[in-house]
Write a new protein. Structure first.
Length: 324
């Protein structure tokens, strides 16, 4: 089965209802890599005359750092990246995730799983399958029942097990990324049945982000390339829940000296926004990484610089799309 998503051929206008978003996890302050994602998504929204929402993705509560959400908002404001409404918090949207989870369960799409990561690794190793470093293990289907049926609400209360969505055979997803072009993933072979609710009762990012994007009317997702591997799963969930699929644009990553993606896990340094001069310097570096050339130099305000950056983004992305 192939589910395809077409690229939007014409640039959006305010009448088209463009809605983008930036969705950081509050596990620490913004670093250079997250600023690239924030600036890229902000510029795309503004260049298209659309809205830009801020969503705090605090669904994984054990990893959240108290106060990090407020620090992120302060850094964005210091860089002139103001959002429209909100912000929204995933931790306050549990009822929406539960409702989507319940729908999938009633459709007979879900099953419980007691496998630990070590159990999965051992099963794959016994089959001669080695998972490369920094790559997800493909779930081998150990707990998948021979026949999937829908269940009543009472059976959903078991929070001691994870819950996975059962993929059909030959589940292939194809879509066109607005930056990277045609993308394809065989979910059955490359991912396997993936988790929607963890054994600690928390809903996963895959389900939450799909529900949020649909509920908030997101039409364009502009984010880092590190999330590209998640897109096929999210498109599949959108199809199963009857949600529209937004357009996707995955931006180039900022790497450290070892060639690894900058992240809070690798102790990436916070961007410096202590004053306008420092914030503007951070924005210039982010714009250079995004490939925006001929940006104004010298004595200029952040607002003036962002106006020039929006025009530059429109010239290299929106206008280019209209010529396709």
């Amino acid at each position: 089965m192939i589910l395809a998503v077409s690229k939007l051929k014409n640039p959006s206008s305010p009448a088209d209802g463009y809605r983008g978003r930036f969705a950081p996890s509050p596990t620490g302050p913004l670093h250079a890599g997250s600023l690239v994602a924030a600036l890229g998504s902000w510029l795309d929204a503004r260049a298209n005359g659309g809205q830009w929402l801020l969503r705090i993705e605090d669904i994984d509560t054990p990893r959240c750092v108290p106060g990090a959400d407020l620090q992120i908002q302060s850094q964005l404001r210091a860089c002139g990246l103001f959002w429209d409404g909100g912000p929204s918090y995933q931790s306050r949207r549990q009822e929406l995730y539960q409702a989507a989870f319940q729908r999938l369960h009633e459709f007979g799409k879900l099953y419980s799983c007691s496998c630990s990561r070590q159990t999965i690794a051992n099963t794959l190793a016994a089959a001669g399958i080695r998972t490369p470093r920094n790559q997800e293990m493909v779930y081998p289907g150990t707990c998948r029942p021979s026949q999937l049926i829908s269940y009543t609400d009472g059976l959903l209360a078991d929070s001691k097990k994870a819950w996975r969505i059962a993929l059909p055979e030959n589940c292939q997803i194809q879509f066109e990324d607005l930056f990277l072009g045609i993308q394809h993933q065989d979910l059955s072979r490359e991912v396997g049945d993936f988790v929607l609710r963890r054994n600690d009762g928390l809903f996963t990012y895959q389900l939450a982000v799909v529900v949020d994007d649909a509920d908030q009317g997101i039409t364009h997702v502009v984010r880092g390339k590190d999330l590209l591997n998640n897109t096929a799963r999210q498109i599949y969930l959108q199809q199963q829940l009857g949600y529209p699929t937004p357009s996707y644009r995955h931006l180039p990553l900022v790497l450290d000296t070892n060639g690894e993606k900058l992240s809070k896990q690798t102790l990436a340094s916070s961007i410096n926004t202590e004053n306008d001069k420092s914030a503007l310097a951070e924005l210039r570096k982010a714009a250079e990484h995004l490939g925006l050339g001929s940006m104004p130099d010298g004595n200029i305000t952040i607002a003036e610089w962002l106006l020039a950056a929006t025009k530059a983004w429109r010239d290299v992305t929106v206008n280019a799309q209209s010529k396709d």
